[in-house]
Design a protein around this ligand. Sequence first.
Ligand SMILES: [Mg+2]
Length: 223
Amino acid sequence: MSRTTRSNALRFGVLSVSIGLVLLMAGCATPPPPPNLGALKNDITEYYKNGRYEKDCARVTREARRTLSAWEGKKKTAIVLDVDDTAISTLPYLQTTDFGYIPSLWMPWAEQADAPAIPGTLELAKQAAEQQTAIFFITSRQEAWRACTEQNLRNAGYPNWTSLIMKQAGDRRNTEKYKTAEREKIIDMGYTIVLNLGDQESDLAGGYAEYTFKLPNPCYWLP
Ligand SMILES: [Mg+2]
């Protein structure tokens, strides 16, 4: 074997071993364990406490208000707002349950109708009212909760809205399907939905709005 052939064979051997090692390591690599729940809860509590949540919401709603301003004077415009953690905050409830959803505790809390407004969303709604833009709330809350939900929106300071759309008993559609279908009905009524604001991707997916704006929600996810 010539010196060149020997050297090439050596290089090939080293390369093969290296590739083998990489493949072996890739095969052995296991994903890291999920984050620690207690640590996550501490981080989320801090996110609310240090004002970052409020700032992040304000940044989104400022942009939404700017977008809405550009539509001033246009006919039959509308905005769509989700209710929980978009129009009003459920944080006071989540703090009592250590971030859990406990149906037997949720209902009595919702009936108190004193969830505070998310300030930027309230400003957006007031601006819509001033611009003669219709306000539609679309929520996954059940129709049975209408009275306390309307009372809460009034208590939080929301101006007159055109409609509060609630889920009917027995409606098994997921949030995205239900909300998309309801926005389509609003469009069929001749409105242009300038913007749709929600805290879940499922509030916003599916179209039927010129713009969508997403508020942060580190506490829960709804399909
Ligand atoms: Mg929500």
